[in-house]
Design a protein around this ligand. Structure first.
Ligand code: 2P0
Length: 336
């Protein structure tokens, strides 16, 4: 495996811009959360978050993260999350400080980073994707880099893989790339919108995850005998999802996304130690969705590395969905 560190990618990417002081005191940016319809599951490089396969997501409209970055008035980084200061010893503050190290003009330059998640906490959606994307967009403004979307996506990926998809809106594909330095591994917008598309988030557990997605995908890649089938599944599913977007074929989109998520979870089940994110409530909800579908309701779901379910449907089914799932949180991916 390559021994390249993140800094070995950042330095040539920023060129002479690296090491220069910010051009303003404060900058702020928003990035949307995203949910993968074809999942990112397995890395070819852990340090640079380079994936084994491409993935394809949909961004969540106005749900995401707003981050402001300022030069710190004190000789330390100051980090807040939803208006609460996060001590330097927290995982959140440590991850930010390590990422900011990549961009400090000198070790004595510190930042104040204020992060606001507009994803309702109750929705249970990961915020590292929108968080690192918003941070990179804000840093670009603070330093006056004026980087291309491609390079912003590459920098966001160094924070968290799925963050590279959150620098763009709508349907977004992350090209896996093959280069050792990952300069060909970035996200691009997939043409097409789908204003009627809706997501319904069902938060089924408040419990902290037992295993992070980072650990889970590593364990699966290294030990699951089903993992070798995953890249083949992804290449079929990406093509089908693109076709469904082009032809606005909701049934094709829904069944491909659902099948892709189930296949991802299946690879985990065959890992050792086994990786299973589902709770009894997750399985009961899947069965309910399958039963409703059998009765004619066009409703599908996807799941990430956790027990919660994200349903996919079209706006005309909204009443039926809220009747069946009163606790559902509705997301309009194409609202601005
Ligand atoms: C995805 N997930 O495509 C997949 C599906 C979880 C399941 O991207 O280690 O937080 O920071 O690159 O991006 C979550 O993984 O992992 C994720 P890192 P990340 O959305």
């Amino acid at each position: 495996m390559s021994s390249l560190r993140k800094i070995d990618v950042v330095t040539p990417l920023l060129g002479e811009k690296r090491g220069q002081m910010p051009v303003k005191y404060c900058a702020s940016a928003f990035a949307p959360s995203n949910i993968a319809l074809c999942k990112y599951w397995g890395k070819r490089n852990e340090e640079l978050n380079l994936p084994i396969t491409p993935s394809l997501s949909i961004s969540l409209g106005k749900l995401g993260t707003t981050t402001s970055v300022c030069l710190s008035p004190e000789p330390r980084d100051i980090v807040t999350l939803n208006n609460r200061e996060m001590p330097a010893t927290t995982k959140f503050a440590k991850a930010l400080a390590t990422f900011l190290d990549l961009f400090r003009p000198s070790p004595t330059v510190f930042f104040r980073v204020d992060t606001q998640n507009t994803v309702p906490t109750a929705a249970g959606m990961a915020s590292s994707a929108s968080g690192f994307a918003a941070l990179v967009l804000a840093l670009d403004d603070l330093f006056g880099w004026a980087l291309s979307t491609k390079n912003l996506s590459i920098l966001a990926r160094l924070g968290s893989g799925s963050a590279c998809r959150s620098v763009l809106r709508g349907f977004v594909e992350w090209n896996a790339g093959a280069d050792e330095d990952g300069l060909d591994s970035y996200a691009e917008q997939v043409k097409g919108t789908w204003p009627d598309l809706r997501l319904g988030v069902l938060r089924l557990s408040e419990l902290e995850k037992e295993i992070s997605s980072r650990q889970a995908m590593k364990c699966t890649r290294l030990t699951s005998s089903l993992y070798e089938a995953w890249p083949i599944k992804v290449s079929h599913d990406i093509a089908l999802i693109k076709e469904s977007i082009e032809t606005r074929d909701f049934e094709l989109l829904g069944r491909t996304a659902e099948s892709n998520a189930l296949a991802m979870h299946a690879t985990g089940l065959a890992a050792w130690p086994p990786v299973l994110f589902w709770l009894p409530e997750s399985v009961a909800t899947m069965r309910k969705i399958w039963a409703l579908r059998k009765e004619g309701l066009p409703l599908y779901f996807t799941m990430d590395a956790g027990p919660n379910i994200k349903m996919l449907f079209t706006a005309d089914q909204l009443d039926a969905i809220t009747t069946e799932f009163p606790a559902v949180e509705i997301v309009e991916p194409f609202s601005s």
